[in-house]
Write a protein that binds this ligand. Structure first.
Ligand SMILES: Nc1c(/N=C/[C@H](O)[C@H](O)[C@H](O)COP(=O)(O)O)[nH]c(=O)[nH]c1=O
Ligand SMILES: Nc1c(N[C@@H]2O[C@H](COP(=O)(O)O)[C@@H](O)[C@H]2O)[nH]c(=O)[nH]c1=O
Ligand SMILES: [Zn+2]
Length: 363
């Protein structure tokens, strides 16, 4: 006989299988169980399409009568682009609902649970709550703050360099790591780099190394608008490109870039792009998750302003050397080690020879 946690773990796996497909909706998985047997399962596959509960209940058919449904997120109780799952659950004759975590969206937040209980359905909350919240960390953060959840990714040599002094960086990490980075790009709504990365690497910033990758919106910080007209990221047929600049921008270049379909956003008068404004604009545009693949200057700016929630650092087993070789975090020189930022909930994984350190900064 499986425990509640076992069925919820299966629902989590189903939800996670649609990673990168559901934004701006959360990933959700659901399993219908009757007399210890699975009679239905489902995941939310894409915003605007049926919710996880609907797939699982439809698969169960009349077996749903008197069954239990395990769902990683509180069933919705409002009419968005799809009808409320609470009504579907009530109509199906399901007797018990086991929920991973409450939905923080103010349209739901506990009302789904209340509706189900009013209909005489037993509701058990908080099974594997931590994992269920972590799964949709970006969705929860965006609903709470209106800004995208920011993950900073960097790739360095064992001696902490991200390129040579001539800007050569290909490649530091191996194929396996770079494929994982493309999965990360697929999972994020937007990816951000600074103008230096554009000038040195001419990156495409697309999720092309994995099948069916969803390309993120490409966000470029470029205060004076130096982006070359033939830069790869100006080819917007593959993915949108939004350049954040300032009053100091080159107006002629602005007109030429706009003609190519590049979106130009001026964040005010300062000579440096206002990062908080960038996050506010992205949040309003429904960008729930932002991957920063910047160079050392951009990384330092976001970290020093406390704008990063998660850090993913790839470390390749190679030694480059060079006292002037650029490093992952440039910016001001701190005098004391205690001013360093400490990661929490650290995990270490390996991709072939590269190690990958993941941790969280205080939200
Ligand atoms: N140089 C390396 C990286 N370099 C990351 C750069 O910011 C830039 O994204 C790359 O040039 C990739 O270009 P594109 O977007 O795929 O066309 N990132 C990595 O994970 N490993 C490395 O070795
Ligand atoms: N994906 C998902 C839910 N997502 C919830 O529904 C909202 C989107 O509603 P709609 O626009 O109709 O798709 C979303 O903001 C979140 O509150 N709820 C669920 O019961 N099950 C699901 O699988
Ligand atoms: Zn729903």
């Amino acid at each position: 006989m499986k425990a509640h946690e076992d069925w919820m773990r299966l629902a989590l796996e189903l939800a996670r299988a649609a990673t990168g497909q559901t934004s701006p909706n959360p990933m959700v998985g659901a399993v219908v169980v009757k007399n210890g047997k699975m009679v239905g399962a489902g995941a939310h596959l894409k915003a605007g399409t049926p919710h996880a509960e609907v797939h699982a209940i439809d698969m169960a058919g009349h077996e749903a009568e008197g069954s239990t449904i395990y769902v990683t997120l509180e069933p919705c109780n409002h009419i968005g682009r799809t009808p409320p799952c609470t009504e579907k659950i009530i109509a199906s004759g399901i007797r018990r609902v086991v929920i991973g975590t409450v939905d923080p969206d103010e349209k739901v937040r506990g009302r789904g649970i209340a509706r189900l209980r009013d209909a005489g359905i037993e509701v058990i909350e908080g099974v594997l709550a931590e994992e269920c919240q972590r799964l949709n960390e970006a969705y929860f953060f965006h609903r709470r703050t209106g800004r995208p959840f920011v993950t900073l990714k960097t790739a360095m040599t064992l001696d902490g360099k991200i390129a040579t002094v001539t800007g050569d960086s290909r490649w530091i990490t191996g194929e396996a790591s770079r494929e994982h980075v493309h999965l990360m790009r697929h999972q994020h709504d937007a990816i951000l780099v600074g103008i230096q990365t554009v000038l040195f690497d001419d990156p495409k910033l697309t999720a092309r190394l994995i099948p069916g990758g969803n390309h993120p919106v490409r966000v470029i910080l470029d205060s004076r608008l130096q982006t070359p007209l033939d830069a790869a990221i100006t080819e917007v047929s593959e993915a949108p490109t939004w350049i954040f600049t300032t009053e100091e921008r080159d107006r002629e270049r602005e007109r030429r870039l706009r003609d190519k379909g590049v979106r130009i956003v001026s964040t005010g008068t300062a000579s440096r792009v206002d990062l908080e404004k960038v996050l506010e604009v992205l949040g309003k545009e429904g960008i729930l998750s932002l991957l920063i693949e910047g160079g050392g200057t951009v990384n330092a700016a976001f970290l020093q302003q406390g704008l990063v929630q998660k850090v993913i650092a790839f470390i390749a087993p190679r030694l480059l050397g060079g006292k002037d070789s650029p490093t992952p975090v440039e910016g001001e020189n701190p005098h004391r080690m205690q001013s360093s930022l400490s990661l929490k909930d650290v995990r270490v994984t390996q991709f072939d020879q590269d190690i990958c350190v993941t941790g969280y900064l205080d939200a």
